[in-house]
Design a protein around this ligand. Structure first.
Ligand code: F0G
Length: 481
């Protein structure tokens, strides 16, 4: 977003786009919202979209496309093999990351499957700045293990550290020395998802890659959330102030052997892929693409999405475009701070993250505070957020609960989708919820899948706190929705 000052002195983000296609929203009365969340097993993944007012579940596959993207979709070259659309995408990805080879996949976790199946074997260790659910699931499925080597400040939810996604280089070197011959690759995640969309800095990424080279270990960048990380490097890292977005991207990318991304996040479309400079690396992974994804010139993606992604990747190199979400997130964080609502600071990318541990300290971790807060936010405003806490973990092999390092409710800000008045509404309802936080109780599982339980597990509230919360809403808001 351009630097635009308001005459009245107000400091608010200004959209540098106009809306030309709209979708009608539905806001149910609070009593209906209580019923809907019960029907969804108290899991916001199981809510029906028609019952949701603001869908802040994720930024995945729900970012708004531009007119240029929509136009590009009309000229897509639909062929099984040798599609010109694929060549365009391949060239664009290689131009942006400075790579030579590109393997397409239907989404980010498909890339993770290919990477894990090619490189990870039982007993291996994969160091990461922080884990994400899907790469971790693929690595552990094959008998590998993840080591999280984030800087200590990264888990400090109230902080002013601008780069909480940085690797701790001492911890990384120690891990390398202790696990000689067992590390297939080091994975670094841009816009570190599970700690609140926090970025790493260019200097740290470079140092990680140098260390890896010293020990002959391969490096992998998960660039799914690169767009936000890039904006935050540009605006926070002194040494990068005079670099263009393209220069920063190339500088980060050049240290990594492999870069993969979810095109549901990066590039405002749906799909994904893996890129690299080394032909041999490409050859090693190539066979798995037709086996699991589709032929090498589409990899499970529709040609229309590939066209949109090509244009979307180009738009990602435009500061007016990529500043929209981080500036909205920063606005939310600042408003919450003013109202005393516990929120992860500093503002990161992806979304605004509420700290459920401090929001509802009366709910013990064994009763899933982040999950409970997700239900409460839906009841308070028809707002669908995502639990990022213990429910998102998997149990230990002995069946005991693995408590998450942090209990967060993520309110994602899909890019270019919501307006400031909608964001203000979300802030208003969450502040109301905070003032009524004593009413919120915990949850317990009634159906618990073994793998990725947060997607389809069903829970129920402990006690009748949801009815009490709805009654208080009625009392305070009268007949307002
Ligand atoms: N890496 C990161 C950092 C992600 O955030 C995601 C997805 C993936 C990989 C997997 O990509 O969904 O295309 O298979 N994150 C989504 C989210 C699910 O809502 O945070 P995918």
């Amino acid at each position: 977003m351009a630097n635009v000052k308001f005459f009245n002195g107000e400091s608010i983000p200004l959209e540098m786009h106009k809306v030309r296609i709209v979708q009608k929203l539905n806001l149910l009365p609070v009593e209906e919202r209580v019923k809907c969340i019960a029907e969804a097993g108290n899991n916001t993944f199981l809510l029906k979209n028609k019952d949701v007012f603001l869908d802040m579940l994720t930024d995945s596959g729900v970012n708004a496309m531009s007119d240029r993207q929509q136009a590009a979709m009309l000229v897509a070259d639909d062929s099984y093999a040798g599609s010109a659309t694929f060549t365009k995408l391949e060239n664009k990805v290689n131009e942006i990351f400075g790579t030579k080879y590109f393997l397409p996949a239907h989404q980010g976790r498909a890339c993770e499957n290919i990477l894990a199946m090619t490189f990870v074997k039982a007993g291996d260790v994969v160091p990461m700045n922080f884990h994400f659910t899907t790469p971790k699931a693929h690595i552990t499925r094959l008998g590998g293990r993840v080591e999280e080597l984030l800087i200590d400040e990264g888990l400090n939810l109230v902080s002013d550290h601008p780069f909480k996604g940085n690797f701790d280089l001492n911890k990384l070197e120690k891990c390398i020395l202790e696990n000689k011959g067992k590390i297939p690759f080091i994975r670094m995640e841009a816009g570190t998802n599970l700690i609140g969309g926090q970025p790493f800095e260019l200097a740290n990424a470079k140092a990680v890659c140098e260390l890896a080279k010293k020990y002959g270990i391969m490096t992998v960048l998960d660039a799914s959330l690169w767009q936000d990380n890039l904006y935050l490097i540009k605006t926070r890292e002194e040494a990068c102030k005079n670099m263009s977005l393209r220069e920063i991207t190339l500088e980060v990318a050049k240290g990594f052997d492999i870069i993969y991304f979810s095109g549901r996040k990066l590039g405002f479309a749906r799909g994904g892929g893996i890129c690299m400079r080394d032909k041999e690396l490409c050859e090693k992974m190539k066979e798995l693409v037709p086996l699991f994804e589709g032929f090498l010139t589409y990899g499970g993606m529709s040609v229309r999405e590939m066209e949109a992604m090509t244009v979307g990747l180009d738009e990602t190199m435009d500061e007016d475009v990529i500043s929209q979400a981080p500036q909205f997130i920063s606005y939310m964080v600042e408003e919450f701070k003013k109202a005393g609502v516990p929120v992860v600071t500093p503002a990161g990318g992806l979304g605004c993250h509420l700290d459920a541990t401090r929001f509802i300290p009366q709910v013990p971790q064994s009763q899933y505070p982040a999950g409970a807060l997700a239900c409460a936010a839906y009841i308070a405003g028809g707002i669908r957020g995502m639990e990022r806490g213990t429910i998102s973990e998997e149990r230990e092999p002995d069946g005991s609960e693995r408590m998450a390092a942090v209990e967060l409710l993520r309110l994602a800000v899909p890019r270019r989708v919501y307006t400031l008045s909608q964001v203000k509404y979300a802030i208003d309802r969450i502040i109301w919820l905070y003032q009524n936080r004593d009413l919120i109780g915990g949850l317990k599982f009634v159906e618990e899948p073994k793998v990725l339980r947060f997607f389809f597990g069903r829970l129920e509230p402990i006690g009748d706190w949801q009815q009490k919360l709805a009654e208080k809403f009625r009392k305070d808001f009268g007949d307002s929705l």
